[in-house]
Ligand binder design. Structure first.
Ligand code: NAD
Length: 472
């Protein structure tokens, strides 16, 4: 088992200032695979001081000076893609096929998009007698979760560096190994010392110290709404910019006349992939009452295709969830749904019979779910689909908008215009029309309690910029 004792601060790997370690487990075997330092407030201080010292120099580089190391970083992500996939599969539980295409592949697409965007971005415009300059926001704290561990790092760190910001990254406790690999790629890409720093550690210690640090100018956080709220409060007190990507309870609405079978199959893939640990997961399927039983049958059939299994085996479509706490939490939600009157159409709260070891949860379909049930309101973050019936379009809209969240969603209709008209009335940041594909250039982020700010594409770059106007 590898035992790491260092943090990446000010351009080199140096011993953590605390003596504690975090153990990383493989969720499929429940065995420890490595330890990393549990960083302290003193580690965070050192990392933020390095980022602050580097901020003026990096913030005044030319576009070309930033493009060169960013391009090498992107190339490193390509070169080590296979290693990245294996590492994420081991520490997070993603099936190896999904880890290759999405967990390791998406960061390449996102990093490439920022190399292209930076090359063409106008950091200056003229407005009347003013020249408006887009300047870097300064020192960025990036706090990331474990569900798409490298994607979430790249979606924050790469645009921040492209904008001319310096960064301190605090990755999730469960997935620090891929964060360390990312730091190796940054080191090899030749960024000046202090431009990027990594502190691994516990959220309540290292994360909290980083988010509240007076020398941090912007906090970019992805994770739970509860922690996001605390970070937002601390940022408010410090007058810091904040970007929060939080939870979701997204609705996939199938309007009468749509291709029901396709809509249900795509929904199953959406909610069972990554064991349901996707903030944009369509965890609520809304179908017209006349098609309800047909939809439940289709969903149960689709769920059977996501039999959980060894993430290392080629062909496995669903692995375990990330840790025992998440497994227990997800099972608790299934039990709560059944206790509140939902009908079990597939799966269940028990461990899959053939998998006594590993944090596995059965792909589960709950029917007869009504909007007031806990499973229809709270983010489960597991492979659980709730199916709700609606009477008419207005009722469907009321249910779709009837949670505290608003991150994503889907609409299916016989024609695009009908779907778009419905999507315009949804209180949510992204809507897929008739199964439209994920677009890594489209702004990503939430309405309501799903967050503030946008990631990805041009909007994601602009989160890390602030404006100055010069009057002539
Ligand atoms: P979390 O919000 O506790 O953790 C996310 C990140 O925040 C981690 O890096 C963690 O170390 C850090 N953190 C935790 N407490 C902190 C604090 N007080 N100050 C600063 N940073 C802190 O999420 P979790 O416990 O890993 O998962 C719990 C639930 O959150 C999940 O079940 C799911 O509902 C939700 N979640 C959502 C997303 C998303 O992409 N929106 C991702 C992960 C988890």
């Amino acid at each position: 088992m590898q035992q790491h004792a260092d943090q990446y601060i000010d351009g080199s790997w140096r011993p953590s200032l605390g003596g504690e370690a975090l153990t990383v487990f493989n969720p499929a075997t429940e065995q420890p695979i490595a330890t990393v330092p549990a960083g302290t407030a003193a580690d965070v201080d050192a990392a933020v001081a390095a980022a602050r010292a580097a901020a003026r120099g990096w913030g005044t580089t030319t576009r070309e000076q930033r493009l060169a190391p960013l391009t090498r970083l992107r190339d490193g992500l390509v070169e080590r893609q296979e290693e990245i996939a294996a590492l994420i599969s081991a520490e997070q539980g993603s099936p190896i096929g999904f880890a290759r295409t999405v967990q390791a592949g998406l960061p390449v697409a996102v990093a490439s998009s920022y190399v292209e965007l930076l090359a063409g971005y106008e950091f200056q415009e003229t407005v009347g007698n003013s020249t408006v300059l887009a300047e870097p926001a300064g020192v960025v704290a990036a706090i990331t979760p474990w569900n798409y561990p490298l994607h979430q790092i790249v979606a924050k760190v790469v645009p921040a560096l492209a904008a001319g910001c310096t960064v301190v990254l605090k990755p999730a406790e469960d997935t620090p190994l891929v964060a360390r690999l990312f730091a190796e790629l940054v080191a090899a890409a030749g960024f000046p010392a202090g431009v990027f720093n990594l502190v691994t550690g516990v959220g309540a210690v290292a994360g909290a110290a980083l988010a509240a640090h007076p020398e941090v100018d912007l906090v970019s956080f992805t994770g739970s709404t509860a922690v996001g709220r605390a970070i937002g409060e601390a940022a408010g007190r410090g007058i810091k910019k904040v970007a929060l990507e939080l939870g979701g309870k997204s609705a996939n609405v199938v309007l009468p006349g749509a291709d029901l079978a396709r809509a249900v199959n795509v929904n199953a893939a959406n909610v069972f992939t990554n064991s349901g640990q996707t903030c944009t997961a369509w965890s609520r399927l809304l179908v017209h009452q006349d098609q309800y039983e047909e939809a439940v049958e289709l969903a149960a059939k689709a769920a059977a295709k996501y039999r959980p299994g060894d993430p290392g085996a080629v062909g496995t479509r669903m692995g375990p969830v990330v840790n025992a706490k998440q497994r227990d939490r997800v099972r608790g939600y299934i039990e709560s749904g059944l206790a509140q009157g939902a009908r079990l159409a597939a799966g269940g709260a028990e461990a899959p019979a053939d998998l006594p070891i590993g944090y596995y949860v059965q792909p589960t379909v709950l029917a007869d779910v009504t909007p007031g049930m806990t499973v229809a309101q709270e983010e489960i973050f597991g492979p659980v689909l709730s199916i709700l019936a609606y009477r008419d379009e207005e009722h469907a809209l009321e249910i779709a908008n009837g949670t505290e969240y608003g991150l994503a969603g889907g609409v299916w209709a016989a024609d695009e215009a009908t779907a778009v008209a419905f999507a315009r009335r949804m209180d949510t940041g992204q809507v897929h029309i008739n199964g439209g594909a994920f677009n890594p250039l489209a702004p990503f982020g939430g309405y309501k309690s799903s967050g503030v700010g946008r990631e990805l594409g041009r909007h994601g770059l602009e989160e890390f910029l602030q404006t100055k106007s010069l009057q002539f």
